[in-house]
Design a protein around this ligand. Structure first.
Ligand SMILES: Nc1nc2c(c(=O)[nH]1)N[C@H]1C(S)=C(S)[C@@H](COP(=O)(O)OP(=O)(O)OC[C@H]3O[C@@H](n4cnc5c(N)ncnc54)[C@H](O)[C@@H]3O)O[C@H]1N2
Ligand code: MOO
Length: 400
């Protein structure tokens, strides 16, 4: 059976960045730019007052000035500032000709409706002015290709008039739960039934990493129903099918995937939980779909998602394919391990002031015990073998 590392390498080979496309500004947050953004304007586009006050010429020493005009943000001055005169400007207003500084309104005294007294101390030239083009010039590259867009970057795109940008889009990920025993969350249970907990978990986990989830609901263990749902899911960039991938009589998923042209890359990985993980790729025309058959038990689904799907989604979005970071911690509770598969055991991690991690293994009843996982914020990576680990042992852990 494949090791986790070998299986990860196989997923990494297929998880290539999605082709870039034009994306509306409002949908571009956290996407990776696929073009350098060049400004269509000087910024600011005009010499602009940064204060509410009076536009003055600093070499003019007249103690009082005649106010010839008032310019608000969005307006334009119709006069120039001449010796003995001033123009009242509001923050954001274009500076009038003849002025080279702004005196704050709080530092002045209005003598009558059209006369203002200025402070004796002269203002410095340039004070209170954001000079045209002092941030950047028209034709300058303001955001480089490859940049992952943050909210402040969206502000800059808006400033330079870019309503659409060329970027690597968010991966579209279809989520399909399979199994006759499953009912949706709002329903009461008949004998033998359980609620579909995998779909809400995966949809939320996809939201956490900025992927777009396409929920396909529940398909019964019926070949034609499964086939129709899987066919729909293959239109996405990634299809996550949960359940039906182990060895049972109703484990139909791998066969149907193969029938629909998905090439199996691997089935089964030496890990606990998550052993029956299935991975394949369908190439059709220019469209590639990565397909993960996630084992049905919710903890197996989540661990497989964290280990395999999350790095694949990062790679599709243009980031490096990186495994969850392995950290070192020290056990503050003992634990035992049995069996030939490395186990990802739920734990509670606590970081001390010196950044060291204490690791408390949590009671856990296996891959269907999702309640135990709700109390965990990490997983201990326990190597294969039969052994006991005592308090104080150094272990490898991952954050959840
Ligand atoms: N003979 C073998 N039996 C099993 C093997 C094996 O290798 N040989 N592997 C076991 C392991 S490990 C796991 S994990 C499970 C995985 O099975 P499947 O992926 O085929 O999943 P199902 O059989 O459909 O379901 C397993 C379990 O999970 C529950 N489930 C399924 N979907 C959901 C959902 N959406 N929400 C909540 N719970 C779900 C389902 O009811 C089952 O109880 O196979 C072992 N067996
Ligand atoms: O690998 Mo299964 O996921 O142990 O329960």
């Amino acid at each position: 059976m494949l090791t986790v590392t070998d299986a990860l390498n196989l997923v990494a080979q297929s998880a290539l960045p999605l082709p870039a496309k034009r994306v509306p500004l409002a949908e571009s947050l956290s996407l990776k730019l696929a073009e350098g953004i060049v400004s269509d304007i000087d910024s600011p586009p005009f010499d602009k007052s940064m204060l509410d006050g009076y536009a003055v010429a600093v070499h003019d020493s007249s103690p009082t000035r005649k106010i010839v005009e008032e310019v608000i943000a969005g307006g334009v001055p119709h006069h120039a500032v001449q010796p003995g005169t001033t123009i009242r400007v509001m923050t954001g207003a274009p500076m009038p000709k003849g002025a080279d500084a702004v005196v704050k309104i709080e530092d002045t005294t209005l003598l009558d409706d059209s006369t203002v007294q200025l402070p004796e101390k002269p203002t410095k030239a340039g004070y209170g002015i954001f000079t045209r083009g002092s941030s950047f010039h028209q034709g300058e590259e303001v955001l480089p290709t490859g940049k992952r867009l943050r909210s402040i970057d969206l502000a800059l795109l808006a400033e330079v008039g870019r309503g659409k940008v060329q970027a690597i889009p968010r991966p579209r990920v279809a989520v399909l739960a399979t199994g006759n025993e499953l009912v949706e969350c709002g329903k009461s249970l008949a004998p033998g039934q359980i609620r579909n907990s995998n779909s809400p978990m995966l949809v939320a986990a996809l939201a956490e990493v900025g992927a777009t989830a396409i929920e396909l609901g529940i398909a019964r263990d019926d070949p034609s129903e499964l086939k129709a749902a899987i066919e729909k899911g293959l239109e996405a960039d990634v299809l996550l099918v949960t359940g039906g991938v182990s060895a049972g009589v109703m484990d139909l998923v791998p066969g149907i995937l193969t029938e629909l042209g998905v090439k199996e890359v691997f089935h089964k990985v030496r890990m606990k939980p998550g052993k029956p993980l299935w991975f394949g790729v369908r190439e059709q025309a220019a469209h590639r779909t990565l397909v993960f058959g996630l084992p049905g038990n919710p903890v197996s689904t989540l661990v497989s998602f964290v280990l395999f799907v999350r790095p694949a989604l990062a790679a599709l979005s243009g980031e490096p394919f990186e495994q969850s970071i392995a950290l070192r911690g020290t056990l503050i509770g003992s634990t035992t391990h049995h069996g030939g598969r490395p186990t990802y055991h739920p734990c509670h991690l606590e970081q001390a002031l010196d950044a060291s991690l204490s690791v408390r293994p949590l009671p856990w009843r296996g891959s269907a015990d999702l309640a135990a996982l709700t109390r965990a914020n990490g997983l201990i990576v326990l190597p294969a073998g039969d052994y006991e680990l005592t308090v104080g042992t150094a272990v490898e852990v991952m954050r959840l």
